[in-house]
Design a protein around this ligand. Structure first.
Ligand code: 9WN
Length: 434
């Protein structure tokens, strides 16, 4: 069984690998290179073809902008199966954009630092991999410098996101109250996602109006961060995004030490200290006993528990005492026997929807982050359950993009949703099974 699943996963990843040296998240639905997908994909590739993993990350970093920014999509080709494409995003409006690649002007969770460390963990020839890391690591450092210089408006060690697509958790109910503060035009456009996937599993037309509206505002300001910080109706501190930054800081520190190149370590440690403090001070909610999102526009927390709330474990952010509380919250709200771990949104909330994308379904990349985070704090039984649930969902349904967390439904129907033969589900399953 295990060998069979690994073989299937490798076939999917090889099939999704493109000539330009990158892997698409899935055919039809996502025909380009996505930032955090590439990172998770490289972790899977590292187990069976390290050269491919190296290429994946090198290609992504090749699209870095002059200010250290790394875009969320790199448009390597002219595919028209995805909306909105390069002609909507118009990265050329920014004087700092890559001259080599068209891209978006927004980013995604900064996973690349810890991905390099994961590749090092997996590598058999560690010396060879360190040589490769030496050629890439400064680009990742520059990306972190970008976040601390241009995205930390209150100088508290936390980077803002200005678009829901930057969070990676696109239509989370977290954003619902922000949409109420906006009134975008009823844009005319042709969506492509709902030609690949049932519309009931995707965001609504009105949600897309909001998504496009924020892009238009950012474009009016030529993707200038200071102007975006001043004018974007969406400005949020996201616990997942910042946990990934903090985990990646830690990895960069470890890797620079291994390289014997410690010139940047003091700066990374200073950022790290500030970020961990900022995260604990600003994002912890004493009543919910969880980390939550923070709306910088309203200057108020967004008080819901999501799978992002638990990602802090992977980055070692909570004290053991807080981690214990976080585990209680997770098991109390998300851990019932009738559920697979881990729903993406609080299953007790009336905003929970078990079929709709980031409003409830289980995602394998989040489960991978949570599995590793739970292990870090010694919560081995729950870590094991997250792993077993991930394997069971894929084994039963296939390598889908997301899954219905309700077990009863799982017994009777196929409950894998979104894209099939999805790259990070394949890649991270390989890592979980090895
Ligand atoms: C927008 C590629 C990406 C993931 C995101 C996921 C989805 C895109 C979309 O697909 O977002 O970036 O068009 O819906 O939400 O996490 O990186 O797999």
């Amino acid at each position: 069984m295990k060998e069979q699943l690994i073989k299937q996963a490798i076939d999917i990843l090889n099939d999704n690998f493109q000539e330009g040296g990158f892997t698409i998240p899935c055919k039809g639905l996502y025909p380009f290179q996505w930032k955090w997908d590439s990172g998770f994909i490289a972790i899977g590739q590292a187990h069976y073809d390290m050269e491919k993993a190296k290429t994946e990350i090198a290609t992504l970093l090749d699209a870095q902008w002059e200010n250290g920014f790394i875009p969320h999509i790199v448009f390597h080709n002219e595919s028209d199966t995805y909306f909105p494409g390069a002609d909507v995003h118009r990265s050329d409006l920014s004087p700092l954009a890559s001259k080599k690649y068209k891209s978006t002007g927004m980013t995604q969770p900064p996973v690349t630092g810890f991905v390099l460390e994961e590749m090092y963990r997996i590598a058999e020839d560690k010396e060879n991999l360190l040589k490769y890391i030496a050629t890439q690591i400064d680009k990742v450092y520059d990306n972190h410098a970008y976040f601390y210089t241009h995205r930390d408006v209150n100088n508290e060690g936390l980077a803002f996101i200005y678009h829901n697509w930057e969070s990676g958790t696109d239509n989370s109910p977290i954003w619902d109250d922000i949409w109420k503060t906006m009134n975008p035009p009823d844009y005319t456009f042709e969506r492509r996602d709902t030609t690949h996937v049932d519309a009931s599993q995707r965001p609504t037309k009105r949600e897309y109006d909001h998504y496009l509206n924020i892009i238009e505002i950012a474009k009016e300001h030529n993707y200038n961060d200071a102007k975006i910080a001043a004018h974007s109706p969406f400005l949020v501190l996201d616990p997942l995004f910042n946990a990934m930054l903090i985990k990646s800081n830690e990895s960069l520190i470890n890797l620079y030490r291994l390289l014997g190149n410690t010139g940047k370590v003091a700066q990374l440690e200073a950022w790290q200290k500030k970020s961990i403090k900022g995260f604990n001070d600003k994002l912890w909610d004493d009543t919910l006993n969880a980390y939550v999102h923070y709306d910088l526009r309203k200057d108020a927390p967004i008080r819901f528990v999501t799978s992002s709330s638990f990602s802090a474990l992977y980055a070692g952010i909570p004290s053991q005492e807080r981690a214990d509380l976080l585990l209680q919250t997770m098991m109390g709200k998300f851990g019932g026997e009738e559920l697979y771990l881990c729903a993406s949104f609080d299953p007790n909330s009336d905003r929970f929807d078990p079929k709709k994308y980031w409003r409830g379904p289980v995602w394998i990349n989040m489960n991978w982050i949570l599995h590793n985070g739970l292990k870090r704090y010694g919560f081995n039984d729950v870590a094991q359950r997250v792993k077993e649930d991930s394997i069971a969902l894929i084994e039963k349904n296939g390598f889908f993009e997301y899954f219905n967390p309700i077990k009863k439904v799982n017994e009777t129907e196929n409950v894998g949703y979104g894209g099939n033969n999805f790259s990070w589900s394949a890649a991270l399953l390989i890592d979980l099974l090895k």
